[in-house]
Design a protein. Structure first.
Ligand code: NZQ
Ligand code: ZN
Length: 381
């Protein structure tokens, strides 16, 4: 087991109606809040009204920044930061899914330190702190509600990358499963795929971490037990609650302690698809993961077999990959590019950007030949 520090300062409030306690937890010293959200789903599931009600209770001056798109843009963060600086914002409330909360995290840094978003994302900026961030989660998927990571894309440089800093753990996160009942079937599925993928990115990293491996198995068993059932019963509160809590734990640190690193190569390739075709994040992962495993089985057959035995009760790398594909099929998430409407005519465009951006893992290095083979598997070779 490798040395590690277990640190997570986010106070997470989980359950029905928790947003109604928000006003008790926001320090009275705050006067001006920036409320950030997406394209409007929050006005349809009660989360917007509940949140505004709490902010009004505190007599906070509210400035709104809406319209954040899935696979969010650094340029939008720069606009939000400019608005925040002009209005002397001293706290941010992010209301939505991962795209909104990630945008809010980088906005919190840019307002406090008068920085450009992409300088932060590329690690070019020096800073110590950010303005405080409160998250109200409306989509179970990324785990951003309880981690210090954000992912943005830059249309000019053609990149979609992640950045992490302890200053952007949300101070409080409010997770009411009721808000997720309005998530449509496709994004419900993509969120379940994302939590599965986060667990696997940790597992297929480097280093021996027995308890972290068992946390991975437990989270995956939750996804298998509740995911397909939820797809048939989207309004079911208990199913929504179990998936929401599993998604948080898939990327709040507990699956990583004791490892040298996770891999994250599948995410690196998935981000290329999201950048090029706005592919929903989870859909990109259900396409890439089986393909990546088909390539990796020549390098680590035992690790894949160990995973298959513990998670699916199967005893070969091929059967493990088949079991994962059938789980993704049960969730109705695509397992090849054609299912996502991305034809072979895009092969070179995808491969060129994969190579230009050096889509890679931390534990399992990929070269251009490896990436070409994985892309062929993504087309169902
Ligand atoms: O914009 P609105 O109208 O809110 O619609 C959103 C959006 O169209 C909709 N939605 C969200 N909550 C809803 C809802 N629709 C109905 N009812 C609700 N309750 O869902 C769509 C997708 O929202 P988005 O925030 O993009 O989804 P998700 O939460 O999956 O976030 C994906 C983003 O997170 C990044 C991804 O790269 C992607 O950019 N990730 C962040 C990570 C992190 N910070 O730790 C790790 C992940 O690996 C991931 O990379
Ligand atoms: Zn992800």
């Amino acid at each position: 087991m490798n040395n590690f520090i277990a640190y997570n300062p986010t106070r997470l409030h989980f359950g029905k109606g928790v947003v109604n306690t928000m006003s008790k937890h926001i320090d009275q010293k705050h006067k001006k809040v920036l409320l950030m959200y997406g394209k409007g789903s929050v006005t349809k599931n009660g989360s917007y009204n509940d949140t505004i009600g709490q902010l009004k209770k505190l007599n906070l001056e509210i400035t709104e920044f809406s319209g954040i798109k899935p696979n969010p843009l650094a340029s939008d963060v720069d606009s939000a930061a400019k608005l925040g600086i002009e209005n002397k914002i001293d706290i941010i409330v992010a209301l939505g899914g991962g795209s909104v909360i990630d945008s809010a995290k980088i906005t919190a840094i840019c307002i406090k330190n008068k920085l450009a978003a992409w300088d932060v994302m590329k690690g070019k900026a020096r800073f110590e702190s950010a303005i405080p961030l409160i998250a109200v989660l409306t989509l179970a998927a990324t785990g951003t509600e309880m981690n210090p990571v954000a992912v943005l894309q830059n249309q000019d440089t053609k990149e979609k990358i992640g950045f992490g800093h302890p200053a952007v753990f949300p101070q409080h996160s409010f997770l009411d499963p009721v808000y997720t009942q309005s998530v449509p079937a496709n994004y419900t599925a993509y969120g379940i795929v994302d939590l599965i993928a986060h667990s696997m990115e940790a597992y297929f990293g480097k280093g021996d971490a027995s308890l972290s491996d068992k946390f991975v198995y437990a989270i995956l068993h939750e996804a298998m037990e509740f995911g397909p059932a939820l797809m048939k019963d989207l309004n079911n509160y208990e199913l929504r609650a179990n998936i929401m809590w599993a998604a948080t734990n898939a990327l709040n640190g507990i699956t990583g302690h004791g490892r040298i690193t996770g891999d994250w190569g599948v995410h690196g390739i998935g981000h290329i698809l999201s950048f090029l075709y706005d592919t929903p994040h989870g859909a990109s992962l259900s396409i890439v993961y089986p393909a990546w495993l088909k390539k990796m089985k020549e390098r680590m057959p035992e690790r894949i077999e160990e995973f298959g035995k513990a998670v699916f009760g199967v005893n070969s790398p091929d059967k493990t990959i088949e079991a994962l594909e059938s789980l993704f099929k049960k969730l109705n998430s695509p397992i090849n590019l054609q299912e996502q409407g991305i034809g072979k005519d895009k092969f070179d465009e995808i491969l060129n950007l994969m190579n230009k951006n050096n889509a890679n893992g931390f534990a399992h290095k990929l070269d251009d030949t490896d990436r070409k083979e994985i892309l062929e598997f993504m087309y169902g070779k």
